[in-house]
Ligand binder design. Structure first.
Ligand code: CAA
Length: 384
């Protein structure tokens, strides 16, 4: 078994790492405090092609592998997790949906502007009564002649505040649950779309988490993504792959916090010696490194399966659980190694801790991931 990265993946990782460490990391504190990613950073991400990483070159995309994409999200998140999730949702939930299920016209009109980064994409699935139970959505679509009229609202919309393009899920008949849902591509500047607010959060301050309502939003068949009432498989297909990128975001956060803690433990002295010379700290560092390494293997394996054209449902969920729990473990231990300084904002270590938590929640909680894994295991059992 060869664990070496291909030259192309290695090069992409180096480019992402270079940008992340030289440009993004020094800006991460400001992004956290000002609660937005500055335009000059967005411009550099556009220039790097990070708004269309796996998208076809003929549409302006970079045409890279899923593994390269995952490495980019990891490196970016290591420096600034808010920027990581902005890119992850844009690439794997918005661009990927139109690329896979959109018509030629939708690709020309919507996807090209997403790939260039002129428009930033979002994914509008979650509602107050439809979080883990995603099929329980109430946002209603009524078909009147050739028009689709949308009423309702969405919450927790990552990137909603950019007012770009989004993929919206609405139900024709709530009693049909997942069999009554259609997906639409929506321009968030249309009449009938109301950006209610960007939520104040514990972490990921630089990423917009938006509440959006729809009041008689009028859409046409040009907006319909895939077939009518076939939105659910689209949502599931996207989330299956996207969960690998949230795992990569969590890994980036863990690596960032670990490297800071490792360096600090080698400089901080107490009782006349460096704290890394104490067994208590050595054990912490070893456990942190162990879980990071294991996360990396789960993520790269899931990404490799994705690149091989398989659908790694179970492996994506495993990677997401393990990496997000690792991020929470590692960032907590990193603060402990920093001691009192870890609790002080200027040291920058507490931001990793605040940013890590949500990786166990969004794109399916760890509890939902365990249900997904169990379902896959039992499915295989019943067919063998
Ligand atoms: N992949 C593909 N298909 C799946 C699937 C999966 N992972 N899970 C279920 N399905 C299919 C089933 O095969 C079934 O299909 P058929 O009707 O053809 O048989 C159908 O979906 C319904 O299955 P269930 O009855 O099992 O569905 P359910 O309603 O009981 O629950 C669930 C399914 C997996 C729990 C789903 O609701 C889910 O994934 N919930 C979590 C939602 C989520 O991840 N939200 C994230 C929001 S986006 C976000 O967070 C982005 C961000 O901001 C960062």
């Amino acid at each position: 078994m060869d664990f070496t990265l291909k030259d192309e993946d290695k090069l992409v990782q180096e480019v992402a790492q270079n940008f992340a460490q030289k440009v993004l990391k020094p800006a991460a504190k400001q992004i956290d405090e000002e609660e937005k990613i500055p335009e000059h950073i967005l411009d550099q991400l556009r220039e790097l092609g990070f708004f269309g990483v796996c998208m076809p070159e003929e549409l302006g995309g970079a045409g890279l592998s899923f593994l390269s994409y995952v490495l980019i999200i990891k490196e970016i998140s290591k420096a600034c997790a808010s920027t990581g999730v902005m890119l992850a949702v844009h690439n794997s939930l918005t661009c990927a949906s139109i690329n896979k299920f959109g018509t030629k016209k939708q690709k020309e009109y919507f996807l090209k502007k997403l790939i260039s980064g002129e428009k930033i994409g979002c994914f509008m699935l979650t509602e107050p009564e439809a979080g883990s139970d995603a099929a329980n959505i109430s946002t209603k679509v009524e078909k009147i002649n050739d028009k689709y009229i949308i009423n309702g609202g969405k919450i927790f919309v990552t990137n909603g505040g950019y007012k770009g393009y989004g993929v919206l899920f609405a139900t024709h008949d709530k009693s049909m649950r997942h069999k009554g849902i259609s997906a639409f591509i929506v321009d968030l500047t249309e009449n009938g779309v109301n950006i209610v607010r960007n939520e104040k959060k514990m972490g990921l301050h630089g990423s917009y988490t938006t509440v959006i309502s729809f009041n008689n939003l009028e859409l046409s068949k040009e907006n319909l993504l895939g077939e009518e009432k076939n939105g659910w498989p689209i949502a599931m297909f996207l989330l299956d792959a996207s969960r690998i990128t949230i795992a990569a975001q969590a890994l980036g956060i863990a690596e960032g916090a670990f490297e800071e803690a490792l360096l600090y433990s080698n400089t901080r002295k107490q009782f006349g010696k460096k704290i890394c010379e104490f067994e208590a700290i050595k054990f912490k560092l070893a456990d942190m490194a162990l879980r990071i390494e294991a996360s990396k293997h789960l993520i790269c394996h899931a990404a490799w399966l994705e690149d091989s054209g398989k659908t790694p449902i179970k492996e994506a969920s495993m990677a997401k659980i393990f990496a997000s729990e690792t991020a929470n473990f590692v960032t907590k231990e990193a603060i402990q190694i920093f001691g009192g300084y870890g609790y002080i904002k200027d040291y920058g270590i507490e931001r990793y801790f605040r940013d890590a938590k949500v990786t166990e929640i969004y794109e399916g909680t760890s509890e939902i991931q365990r249900l997904v894994i169990a379902k896959e295991l039992l499915k295989n059992l019943s067919t063998s």
